[in-house]
Design a protein around this ligand. Structure first.
Ligand SMILES: [Cu+2]
Length: 451
């Protein structure tokens, strides 16, 4: 038999076999849709690290048997237990949202918060989420990465009719997995996610293993917006040039620090529902291990170290580390344009330009005229110049040693030896002699450095 004939004949046979297997698998999936208590067999057989075989929690489950996550600038939704079912009320609405002090826009979000509203649950729970649509347009909610009956998947037109303005829909299923997931609108997603309708969905394990336990865990979701200086709403039609880059809906200095005590084991759960950009998130002063991808724990022996975790659009990543070095360690997207807020975009390149002659000519007509940007954008942070209404002057916030010169998708991990609360402890008090500063004449002489 020629190879081609073999492939044709074999292909037919394999195809037929696959169709058969597919039908069986589909039947298993349909049985395991979460409504009748059956686990997802197909998943269980192919993934050893899964947790799909847990029985649903019995009615009357405890309200909380986990350490809640910390959501900087955000919130975890409250719940009620009704006949053993965890009941949560999610409200989609327009919100006057502060990205960072001085930059406010009308966005869309959930329960009074843009991007920073977290749903927290426990594997095995039956969950019932009421979604009230207070927008003027229809919406739906898709539970991203979560196993549930097809009709609970939240896809407008495909799996359900959209939730009309003013209506409340009910989503309900039994949770058969744990890990870091997300949720977002699936009606006109470009507009609705672009206006802020995204959030994180954290599911704690029913029976946490010892290596899963941490002292402190944070949730951060990345998003991106285009807000013209002076405009009152983000432009969801923007496709490439985003100028407000956020963690939990906030741009630095509007981001709350991540405060931990020296020696604590820390987990950060990252998600990314930006429109167009993946974000490589870099933490200073540490290496962390990637411990979970898209909600599934990586076996300890297979976890790998990084200093930067790439969180692609639609993905979640968990990282863990021991906070063994005190200090103010910044954490930010490493794409430099993602640590700018508004300024730096569409600016003419003036780096290295000698504007002195030109300046003299212009000043005869415009007193006080000054050529800007010849030393880059950093100098802008140090100038007291008027900015358009409702815009944030890039990096102009005063920090311990000067202006930050960056902002955007940027926050600070504050590790402290002796703290009694997780309130912002202020600036790090560096031990004497451990801060980079100007070298003395004697030092330069001693080490043979000619300047
Ligand atoms: Cu980025």
């Amino acid at each position: 038999m020629k190879r081609r004939d073999f492939l044709t004949a074999g292909g037919l046979g394999v195809g037929a076999a696959l169709i058969g297997a597919g039908t069986a698998a589909n039947a298993a999936q349909n049985r395991g849709d979460g409504l009748d208590g059956e686990p997802r067999k197909q998943w269980e057989e192919t993934y050893s690290g899964g947790s799909m075989d847990v029985e649903p929690l019995p009615p009357g489950l405890p309200g909380k048997d986990y350490t809640p996550v910390v959501v900087p600038n955000g919130q975890t939704l409250p719940f009620n237990i009704v006949d053993g079912v965890k009941v949560i009320h999610l409200i989609a609405e327009e919100i006057e949202h502060t990205f960072t002090p001085g930059l406010v826009a009308k966005c869309w979000g959930y329960n009074g918060n843009v991007n920073g509203t977290v749903i927290e649950a426990v594997e095995g729970e039956r969950i019932r989420i009421y979604v009230t649509n207070k927008l003027d347009v229809p919406t739906t909610v898709h539970w991203h990465g979560i196993f549930l009956p097809n009709g609970m998947d939240g896809v407008s037109g495909v799996t359900q009719r959209p939730i009309p303005a003013g209506d409340t829909f009910k989503y309900e299923w039994t949770i058969r997995q744990h890990g870091t997931y997300m949720y977002h609108s699936h009606y006109d997603p470009m507009t609705q996610e672009g206006m802020g309708l995204t959030g994180m969905f954290i599911i704690h394990p029913r029976n946490p293993t010892e290596d899963h336990k941490v002292d402190r865990e944070f949730v951060l979701i990345s998003n991106e917006y285009r807000v013209e200086p002076g405009a009152s709403r983000p432009d969801p039609n923007e496709m490439s040039d985003f100028n407000v880059l956020t963690f939990n809906g906030r741009a630095f200095p509007g981001t709350e620090p991540l405060v931990v005590k020296t020696g604590e084991k820390v987990r950060i759960r990252f998600g990314n529902l930006s429109a167009m950009d993946h974000h490589p998130i870099h933490l200073h002063g540490y290496k962390f291990k990637i411990t979970a991808t898209d909600g599934d724990k990586i076996p300890v022996s297979a976890q790998w170290p990084e200093t930067t975790v790439l969180v692609a659009v639609g993905q979640t990543r968990d990282v863990e580390f021991i906070a063994d070095a005190a200090g103010d360690w910044i954490m930010h997207c490493h794409m430099t344009h993602h640590t700018m807020t508004q300024m730096g975009h569409e600016a003419p390149n003036m780096v290295g330009v000698d504007g002195s002659e030109f300046e003299g000519q212009v000043r005869s007509m415009l007193p006080g005229y000054m050529t800007m940007g010849t030393g880059g954008m950093g100098e802008m942070a140090y100038m007291q110049m008027p900015v358009p209404d409702n815009s944030f002057p890039m990096g102009s916030v005063q920090l311990q040693f000067g202006k930050s010169t960056i902002g955007g998708m940027f926050t600070v991990l504050k590790v402290r030896d002796d703290i009694t609360s997780y309130e912002d402890p202020g600036n790090y008090d560096n031990p004497p002699g451990t801060v980079a500063d100007s070298a003395s004449e004697a030092e330069l002489l001693r080490d043979g450095i000619k300047t």
